[in-house]
Ligand binder design. Structure first.
Ligand code: GTP
Length: 372
């Protein structure tokens, strides 16, 4: 959370220390050293991955970028004007990357375009197809693009967003996806490209699907992903947590989760929880210094100001749900928050959960430090 997040520590009815049935003896404190096992090393080349948003005119590229990265409400996208030149949007978050939004009418396969300038940085090509519109033409442009870039830039992840599926029945959505996949596979095979990995996502800006799709796209670009998953697995198994997500708060993209399957409802409730926290922060938050600022000689703690502990304490919050589950949120750093879903018995040992989360947080910091 940004400085200004609420000091909701212990809020929402958490911290109950009732009879500890259910978790006794089952979970244990994590040892600080054990949690960074499985660390696999980093690319650490200091480059900013680039996400290229391409597709036909009015397919929804600018809307996607505005909703996910600029918190625009989906209905406001109705008033977006057509993009006339490449929009380069640097995103500063837990990982710096760039989003390039291409005008739909631009023919970047034209030899006058500097291919290397567009595709040279490692990243992802996100091809947006309007599923409510005629898609055969856009699909052949996608095929031509993959064929043109594959040999020179095989490391680019190709992600197809079958977009605007909010207006379609479940059956029609799946039929459309199947058709697009089949046509793409056939076309690539005919061109001798049998092994190209293309991922498909059904998306809409009117629900969580666009955030989930972006989460998957971004995760592929995080060299530490495997380590983060291992850390979350250790945290879950030691703390009675059923599902844990590490979220980038501002974009609501989850950058890692434990290896149990993601069910849409858990993801949605965690994502909604972030909205609640961000809204509360905006109203009741106060300016908190970052730890680096506090120890910085240029910014000494002013006598009489809130004490150092309060200044640096991470925001946290607990919400008990009607179905007996508990949502536990803890700020990890300026950008990231951990959100866990657990049974109410799990939170009866809140001290243990807090301790394990602290160990997880320290390990995470070390992982990112090595990355830098
Ligand atoms: N129903 C529905 N409409 C959407 C969705 N995403 C975008 N739109 C609408 O699609 C229209 C075009 O969106 P834009 O984001 O301007 O499309 P674009 O691809 O950037 O268009 P160009 O800039 O011309 O290339 C807008 O009216 C959006 O409100 C979606 O998920 N569902």
């Amino acid at each position: 959370m940004e400085p200004g997040s609420p000091s909701t520590t212990g809020g929402g009815g958490g911290g109950g220390g009732g009879a500890g049935a259910g978790v006794n003896g089952k979970y244990g404190a994590m040892s600080p050293g054990s949690s960074i096992q499985g660390y696999t090393g980093l690319a650490g080349n200091g480059r900013r991955p680039r996400l290229l948003l391409m597709g036909q005119r009015r397919s929804g590229k600018s809307s996607i970028s505005s909703v996910v990265f600029h918190k625009m409400s989906p209905t406001e996208t109705l008033f977006l004007e057509s993009t006339t030149r490449i929009q380069k949007d640097p995103i500063h978050s837990f990982m710096d990357f760039q989003v390039w939004d291409f005008p739909g009418q631009l023919n970047f396969l034209d030899p006058t375009f500097d291919f290397d300038h567009i595709f040279g940085e490692l990243g992802a090509l996100i091809w947006v197809i309007d599923a409510q519109d005629e898609y055969l033409d856009p699909l052949s442009r996608l095929h031509a693009t993959i064929i043109a870039i594959q040999r020179s830039y095989p490391a680019i992840n190709i992600e197809v967003f079958i977009h605007k599926v909010d207006g379609l029945s479940d059956e029609y959505k799946l039929d459309t996806q199947r058709d697009i996949m089949q046509r793409t596979q056939d076309e690539l095979s005919d061109n001798g490209l049998d092994n190209v990995q293309v991922s498909y996502h059904l998306t809409s800006i009117y629900d969580h699907s666009i955030f989930e799709a972006f989460s998957k796209v971004i995760q592929k670009l995080i060299p530490q992903l495997e380590t983060l998953e291992n850390l979350l697995n250790v945290l879950c198994s030691n703390s009675g947590i059923e599902k844990a997500f590490l979220f980038d708060v501002m974009s609501k993209i989850y950058i890692a989760t434990d290896s149990s399957p993601v069910d849409v409802q858990s993801y949605e409730i965690c994502s909604d929880y972030i909205d609640v926290i961000v809204d509360v922060s905006e109203i009741y938050g106060y300016d908190r210094k970052q730890p680096a600022e506090i120890t910085d000689a240029a910014h000494p703690v002013v006598p009489g100001a809130e004490d150092e502990e309060e200044q640096t304490a991470e925001a946290s919050s607990i919400i008990r749900l009607q179905n007996g589950m508990v949502l536990y949120l803890r700020e990890i750093n300026k950008y990231l928050a951990l959100i866990c879903l657990m049974r109410k018995e799990g939170i009866e040992k809140k001290g243990l959960v807090d301790f394990n989360v602290q160990v997880f947080q320290n390990a995470l910091q070390r992982v990112f430090e090595v990355g830098r």
